[in-house]
Design a protein around this ligand. Structure first.
Ligand code: PRT
Ligand code: ZN
Length: 297
């Protein structure tokens, strides 16, 4: 539904219009990401739109389901929205960047007592979902015929009230399925929030998007890395340095105490514990691990 926002096809080349969720699971993280990118947005309750005070960005607050259409129609130039919504709506827009929040999966679940060996269980069954397009694609891929019942909310109660034998819904912790006596049997999509864009941005708007993307990527890199400071005995310095790749190579400074050095470096979250254990084994002491706010490479 158009909530009174008018499309401006000619656009304002000096400004980018971003659509984010008005309220719900993606709202706070969308604003947090903008803040981490150094962009100040005043977020009044019941506000339809807001302007950044220090970046050429106008933010529209919308229902997540409407964001792909608004971006296709150029009412908004870009949007932050879940991949589940993007692929269900299938609009003519481009996905530009994964944003690292709103992570969940779209899964098929059946009653816990059912014996589910494989996807053939679903043949001839009724599946309740708010994602009919994605479920139909999945069934086609697997060569299964099943009846899809589209419902807009509380999908998890469908088997209990005799509406369907299976459901397909978003899952994060799994507790909603558990509380409703269901078990997850197939994951059809892994999803997170992504940045989408209109396919015909003016050059000025593309330049603003590039700036925003540069900031988003710096924030994401920083989150995936830690700054490490440690004391190393000079005897083992080479071994310790070889464990620490750093952005170029680690910084090594002499300590006041003879025979010791201070080593500084950046390590990635994914290899963090593995490397820390090896550093300890190599004689590193006083290891400090510090979060990084931004990382510009
Ligand atoms: O009003 P509007 O239409 O904007 O909001 P909405 O009610 O459609 O969406 P909202 O705020 O619930 O979710 C927005 C987006 O958050 C989704 O489109 C997903 O991209 C993402 N997301 C991440 C989730 C979840 N995790 C999630 N767990 N969206 C919904 N859920 C629901 C799920 O539907 C189920 O009811 O949470 C329940 C399951 O959670 P667990 O933790 O019990 O497994
Ligand atoms: Zn929605």
């Amino acid at each position: 539904m158009n909530q009174g926002i008018q499309s401006t096809p000619s656009g304002d080349e000096g400004k980018l219009k971003l659509a984010i969720q008005k309220s719900g699971r993606l709202h706070d993280d969308s604003l947090k990401l903008l803040k981490e990118c150094g962009i100040d947005i005043s977020n009044g309750v019941n506000k339809l739109k807001s302007e950044a005070s220090n970046f050429p960005l106008e933010v529209f607050f919308l229902r997540d389901d409407d964001i792909p259409q608004y971006v296709e129609d150029a009412v908004a130039d870009i949007g932050f929205v879940g991949e589940n919504v993007v692929y269900e709506k299938n609009k003519k827009i481009d996905v530009v960047e994964k944003l690292g929040f709103g992570k969940c999966r779209l899964s098929i679940a059946v009653t816990r007592g059912d014996v589910y060996d494989d996807v053939n269980f679903l043949e001839g069954k009724r599946i309740a979902t708010s994602y009919p397009v994605l479920v139909q694609n999945f069934l086609n891929e697997k060569g299964i015929n099943a009846e899809i019942h589209e419902i807009s909310g509380s999908v998890e109660i469908a088997p209990g009230i005799g509406l369907a034998e299976a459901i397909c819904d978003l899952v994060s912790s799994g507790s909603t399925l558990f509380m409703n006596g269901l078990k997850e049997v197939e994951t059809i999509l892994q999803s997170q929030a992504v940045l989408i864009r209109n396919r015909q941005l003016a050059p000025g708007q593309q330049a603003i998007l590039d700036k925003l993307l540069f900031r988003i990527q710096s924030v994401k890199k920083a989150k995936n890395n830690k700054y490490v400071l440690l004391n190393a005995p000079n005897d083992n310095l080479q071994q310790i340095i070889s464990l620490l790749p750093g952005m170029k190579s680690p910084t090594v400074l002499p300590l006041a105490e003879e025979g010791w050095s201070s080593v500084h470096s950046v390590i990635s979250e994914s290899t963090f514990w593995d490397i820390i254990e090896k550093l300890k084994a190599a004689g590193a002491q006083g290891i400090l691990v510090v979060p990084i706010e931004k990382m510009i490479i």
